[in-house]
Design a protein around this ligand. Structure first.
Ligand SMILES: [Zn+2]
Length: 364
């Protein structure tokens, strides 16, 4: 039935160019050992003013692509998605950043991912970071298409994203919201009068009761058009702009103060192990000599190594990745620089042996 509605919906997508229903695979699941006392105490202590983000959260990015090395998420889309998400979390004084190199996984089977294939991701997990895997298609084990899913802090440690939903401005922040302890706003039968808001619904009393938003009860101008009533017979007045709702992604762009409290609580308790060890963890003893020429370079660069090259990554002066290439298992690689603007770059070469080299060059 759900599949039928999604098919109908995709037809609508073509007719009206309206976004797809946000299908999130995260199942709301009550935290078994939640302590209201610890949470309240945290809020008292956390109530100080900050001028800058004080919680920095490292993302390990894994882009799954075809075995021949194509079809992975475009990095421009990725960087824009991280920027958008950071703007949405900025009022919480939380900032996400990409820790270490982006990892490319050439695996055609995992490129179209089902949630029962998770154990195949284990070898790629970077400890103590938020591991996010980007895939071409994402399905639940029962075959429902998903935009993404994540685990709650008390349930697991993984975020899955479907490439096509990464640019929608809402799914990435939504899944990281789950990862940091936020429920769906329609979870657990909250009443419109909010009399049960502290122990029903999403546990955030400033998010109104939500009947389960979607394209059938939110119009193209992001107005709620539903006529549902709750157990008391009261009409819902949900928050269509809330990122943890199922409102169409064009409509959802914000979190509330109570959601901020929960996110900061989990980020500093059950998720407090998050830290980026790279690139500091790069063992400088593993640093190998390398020759690159010409330098300055114009349209291409030759990399001459003493070991078999696994991959080459180039970063611009702001440490943003601008080029990534899988090695062919040889000692030499040619890199085209035609797409780079003039400036100073860092080239990072990883070897099959596990060592690496770093060097700066000028493109002119
Ligand atoms: Zn969700």
């Amino acid at each position: 039935m759900k599949r039928v509605s999604l098919i109908i919906f995709f037809l609508c997508f073509h007719l009206y160019a309206f976004s797809q229903e946000k299908a999130c695979g995260t199942k709301d699941q009550i935290e078994p050992n939640f302590s209201q006392e610890a949470f309240d105490q945290f809020l008292i202590n956390d109530n100080s003013l900050r001028s800058e983000p004080d919680i920095l959260l490292p993302l390990s990015i894994h882009i799954i692509q075809h075995e021949f090395g194509f079809g992975g998420l475009n990095t421009t889309i990725l960087y824009n998605a991280v920027d958008t998400m950071n703007a949405q979390y900025a009022f919480m004084d939380i900032e996400f950043f990409i820790c270490g190199d982006i990892e490319y996984i050439n695996d055609t089977e995992l490129w179209d991912f089902r949630d029962n294939e998770e154990n195949q991701l284990t070898p790629y997990l970077v400890p103590n970071t938020i591991n996010v895997f980007f895939v071409r298609t994402l399905e639940s084990s029962s075959g429902d298409p998903l935009c993404g899913y994540a685990y709650f802090p008390w349930a697991g440690d993984l975020v899955m994203m479907q490439n096509g939903c990464t640019a929608d401005g809402a799914t990435f922040a939504h899944e990281l919201g789950h990862y940091l302890g936020l429920y769906h706003t329609h979870a657990f039968g909250e009443l419109v009068d909010r009399s049960n808001c502290s122990f029903a619904g999403d546990r955030c009393c400033d998010t109104p009761a939500d009947p389960y938003l979607g394209p059938n009860n939110v119009d193209f101008d992001c107005n709620y058009t539903g006529t549902e009533t709750d157990a008391n017979g009261d009409f819902y007045m949900p928050m269509v702009s809330n990122l943890m709702s199922y409102a169409p992604s064009e409509c959802a762009y914000e979190f509330t103060e109570d959601q901020k409290s929960r996110v900061r609580y989990y980020a500093t308790t059950s998720r407090d192990y998050l830290m980026c060890a790279a690139p500091a963890s790069l063992d400088e003893n593993q640093l190998k000599e390398i020759t690159i020429y010409p330098n300055p370079a114009s349209d291409h660069l030759t990399v001459q190594a003493n070991e078999l090259i696994e991959f080459i990554t180039i970063y611009d002066i702001s440490q943003k990745e601008v080029f990534h290439k899988q090695g062919k298992g040889s000692l030499n690689e040619h890199v085209s620089l035609q797409h780079l603007v003039n400036g100073v770059y860092t080239i990072h070469v990883s070897y099959e042996s596990g060592g690496f080299s770093r060097s700066k060059f000028i493109k002119q």
